[in-house]
Design a protein around this ligand. Structure first.
Ligand code: AMP
Ligand code: MG
Length: 351
């Protein structure tokens, strides 16, 4: 299959492209598109066969459900059994935006889309291109991240091309995304509602609005025997090809430990990558040093993380050493993804 790549400028001129992409979706095809979180791989969410194609293209296990994307609040009732009051309040404030909510599904949502579950995950993205495409494609578009299963999620159209060229019908190129980590997943079928995946919408942002929110305890804890509640979170996602380790401790000690580890490995003939920040990048002495963002603003780190993991894959490094980041705000999402990418390998830098 030849994958068409179309640039989106956000203008009237795109109308023809969006319409053509919508037709592909209506006919059961696959179109990757930008959202504000990461690029999604779109398919008709109400078509079981289209879901199967999605799993095939990504190499994704079919028990890992897809998120259904909508563009208008009035489209929600048809795909869910009921809309809890708290969900309506959260939607009012955070939709469109990086919040996915889990509902009991209605009969029109096929089990192929929900991985066999009686619940459905729904999000209304903020990206205008995404919303235009959803409407052009019939209103209900399932869209997992547009990467091969196991690779870091794509934050640019180029990343999608690397993974899915020749496997899908079209890629809409809207440039780099804004947020860079996947949406917060909030389960509204339990009371209190529970965060199953941390993202840009945090517990602290939700609680003033809908009261207490719990957090799936498997998200940050490495050694918990319990299975995560979102089926997809159990897979070793976001994995770079290199062995990634996180070094946690005071800034000075962390830098010293990373410098020592990097030197050892380089002497032994390995290629070493280092994930640094604007605040520390000048203090590393050897290796392939990349600056992920600034500690002054955790959002810059979220925006840079997946791109850097992919760059290290391309550079062919054998080991990656990363600093550890604050879990405040979107930092919890950053650390959740980084810990998964590292297979939870954390080295304590002792003073
Ligand atoms: P991705 O599409 O790559 O962002 O992954 C979607 C995530 O949403 C995966 O971790 C899924 O397990 C999770 N998810 C989707 N639907 C449900 C659901 N009905 N219940 C719980 N988690 C879900
Ligand atoms: Mg994904």
């Amino acid at each position: 299959m030849v994958t068409k790549i179309e640039k989106i400028e956000g203008k009237k001129a795109d109308e023809k492209v969006i319409r053509a992409a919508g037709e592909i979706l209506k006919n059961g095809g696959l179109v990757a598109f930008p959202t504000e979180t990461v690029y999604g791989l779109g398919a008709n969410a109400l078509d079981e066969k289209a879901a199967r194609k999605t799993y095939q293209a990504k190499g994704r296990p079919s028990d890992n459900p897809l998120i259904v994307h909508i563009a208008r609040m009035e489209d929600l009732p048809a795909i869910v059994k009921k809309i809890p009051k708290k969900a309506a309040a959260a939607a009012e404030k955070f939709w469109p935006g990086p919040l996915t909510m889990i509902f009991e599904k209605s009969g029109i949502v096929p089990y192929g889309t929900t991985g066999g579950l009686d619940t459905v995950a729904v999000r209304m993205p903020d990206s205008e291109t995404a919303r235009r495409l959803i409407l052009a494609g019939g209103g209900y578009i399932s869209a997992p991240s547009a990467n091969l299963s196991g690779r870091p999620s794509p934050t640019s159209a180029e990343h999608v091309r690397e993974d899915l060229d020749g496997k899908i019908d079209m890629i809409l190129d809207g440039g780099p995304v804004e947020i860079g980590v996947e949406s917060t997943i909030l389960d509204m079928t339990v009371d209190p509602p529970m965060i199953l995946r941390p993202g840009a919408v945090t517990k602290d942002m939700l609680e003033p609005l809908i009261g207490p929110v719990s957090v799936d305890r498997t998200l940050i804890q490495p050694d918990s025997a319990a299975a995560p509640k979102a089926p997809g979170m159990k897979y070793r996602h976001y994995a770079p090809r290199a062995n990634l380790q996180i070094i946690d401790g005071e800034r000075k000690q962390t830098i010293a430990v990373i410098n020592r580890l990097a030197e050892e490995k380089i002497k032994a003939g390995f290629l070493v990558g280092i994930i640094a920040t604007e605040e520390s990048v000048g203090r590393y002495e050897c290796g392939n040093i990349k600056c992920v963002g600034s500690r002054e603003d955790e959002r810059t780190i979220a925006a840079g993380l997946y791109r850097i993991l992919r760059e290290f894959d391309e550079d062919g490094v054998d080991y990656i050493y990363s600093e550890s980041f604050s879990e405040d705000g979107i930092g919890m999402a950053v650390m959740n993804r980084l810990l998964k990418a590292a297979g939870h390998q954390v080295i304590k830098a002792e003073s």
